[in-house]
Design a binder for this molecule. Structure first.
Ligand code: NAP
Length: 488
């Protein structure tokens, strides 16, 4: 290890990678590289460029606490979020640390050297004492395994890999899925395509988002008084906290949310048959609830048909649902989500004794604070297991970046070689998280399909509380859960 301090590899230049870099710099750690496989920053906001792509958390809350911005809308669109990532790189002078178009394949711990050997996509290898994975949770597309998919003669693509070269004007298009992504795509393309089929396997609970452009006066005010933005941010967190009881399985607040969604269906959907198909039969909050203002109105259009069935097969010219009906289409859009439970899907991490993190997890990912795993010293994850939720993910990413950067700074200060996680700390953490999630609307007992559960049935993605609890725990628990060994 160099005298100046640990050399750090940050994997991913999304908002998590940026938070990690800013936090390292704040603590005087400058020897780090941000690897990014894409050609620019933004992570999910670089990958997801589908029509209608827009955040569903208020912009002032979906931004860093340390970087205010002249947001143009209450809920920023993809282009603006990507521009925010660019702005952050400039503001914090991070560009010289970035290596775009460079994929990290693996990180292998070398006990003797006290460092990771990091293998890059071009076949080269580099040494880093610390690795911070900022790969995100919803980054590895879930492609369906429908028979016949490869024989389809039209264009077929996943929403996270939108192929903009295909002009959809006047085309017959199928959108498969009705999650947060599909409900943005459908209204965005409905008026230009000739026919749109929306395949729904299980409906979600939907409410309008309330998005709009900020007025010039509002923008001027926010620019002039950045503290106002911070105040709004806090207010949004407070509001979310007030509404969190909605996730209590069987609770009154949950019932009220459900009634509001039902009333919204009644008010917005013209056809009683479609209303029936859009009404879920499971508790509110079991699936990730959808905020979409234009989705239901789009379903009222003459050229849009809601097909309330799963897709089972694809033919060269069409798509077949579970009832056996085939519909001819020109373009197939898979809004089928991500392999959320498959943590670190694109990164092979090996720890003490060469053990692979995926073998250790065996499909059931778990990490102390969602950040560290015993026997994987000096390895940190942002947006790891059980850290999805609690309102704005940006706030969680900041907490995780702080834990990683604080630990690295401490390693440098105390000349420590390796920081590892106590197995007992992870066990206690998992038991506590599981107990909390048992009372949560996303529990298996609520009986919906969601992307939260591993094959064993454990909820491995969700954080069970508002952000404040994570804030406190991330400040305190590292003092008890980490061990230090060796000196340099
Ligand atoms: P998702 O919520 O996992 O939805 C995938 C959809 O595809 C579901 O409706 C699913 O049906 C359907 N599906 C999968 N296989 C199918 C099949 N064989 N036949 C028919 N339907 C099938 O994925 P997503 O919409 O991409 O959203 C993922 C997450 O990304 C969200 O929960 C949210 O956290 C985030 N997101 C956020 C925003 C934002 O504005 N901030 C926007 C987009 C996404 P089932 O429901 O039956 O499984």
């Amino acid at each position: 290890m160099s005298v100046r301090g640990p050399r750090v590899a940050i994997v991913g230049c999304g908002l998590g990678g940026i938070a990690a870099a800013v936090n390292l710099k704040r603590r005087g750690i400058y020897d780090f590289v941000i690897f990014e496989q894409s050609d620019g920053p933004g992570g999910t906001w670089w990958d997801n460029r589908y029509p209608g792509c827009e955040v569903d958390i208020p912009s002032h809350a979906y931004s860093f606490s340390f970087l205010t911005y002249d947001w143009s809308r209450t809920h920023a669109r993809q282009e603006e979020l990507q521009a925010y990532a660019q702005h952050a790189l400039d503001k914090f002078k991070l560009r010289r640390h970035c290596r775009f178009g460079t994929r990290v394949e693996s990180a292998t711990w070398d006990e003797e050297a006290g460092s990771y050997e990091v293998a890059l996509g071009d076949g080269s290898r580099e040494r880093f004492e610390v690795v911070i994975s900022c790969l995100g949770l919803l980054n590895y597309p879930r492609y369906p395994d429908w028979p016949g998919l490869s024989s389809f003669e039209g264009a077929a693509f996943h929403t996270a890999r939108w192929e903009h070269e295909h002009d959809l004007t006047g085309k017959r298009v199928a959108v498969v899925g009705t999650g947060s992504t599909a409900t943005q795509v459908v209204p965005a393309i409905a008026s230009s395509v000739s026919q749109l089929y929306v395949f729904q396997r299980q409906p979600g609970w939907v409410l309008p988002k309330g998005e709009r452009d900020f007025t010039p006066r509002e923008r001027a005010l926010y620019r002039r008084f950045p503290l106002l933005q911070k105040a709004w941010r806090l207010y949004h967190f407070y509001q979310f906290r007030q509404g969190f009881k909605g996730y209590d399985l069987g609770g009154e607040r949950q019932r009220r949310n459900l009634l509001a969604c039902r009333a919204y269906i009644e008010k917005t959907i013209a056809d009683p048959e479609v209303r029936k198909h859009l009404t879920p039969d499971y508790p509110w909050g079991c699936k990730r609830s959808v905020l979409a203002t234009d989705f239901y109105p789009a379903l009222n259009r003459d050229n849009v048909e809601l097909v309330p069935h799963a897709v089972t097969k694809v033919t060269p010219n069409g798509i077949v649902d579970e009832t056996g009906v085939e519909r001819e289409i020109d373009v197939l859009v898979m809004a089928t989500g991500f392999q959320a439970t498959n943590f670190l899907a694109s990164l092979e991490v090996r720890g003490v004794g060469g053990v692979s993190i995926h073998d250790r997890w065996d499909g059931d990912a778990a990490a102390f604070l969602g950040i560290t795993v015993p026997d994987f010293p000096n390895f940190f994850m942002l947006y790891g297991p059980n850290t999805n939720g609690g309102f704005s993910v940006i706030a969680n990413l900041e907490r995780q970046a702080e834990v990683a950067a604080r630990t690295v700074a401490r390693m440098r200060r105390r000349r420590v070689r390796a920081v590892d996680t106590k197995p007992a700390a992870l066990d206690r953490w998992v038991r506590w998280v599981d107990a909390q999630l048992h009372k949560n609307a996303s529990a298996m007992e609520a009986n919906c399909t969601n992307y939260y559960h591993s094959k064993s049935g454990r909820n491995v993605t969700q954080w069970p509380k508002p952000h404040g609890e994570y804030y406190l725990l991330s400040k305190v628990l590292p003092y008890f859960g980490f061990t230090e060994r060796g000196s340099r």
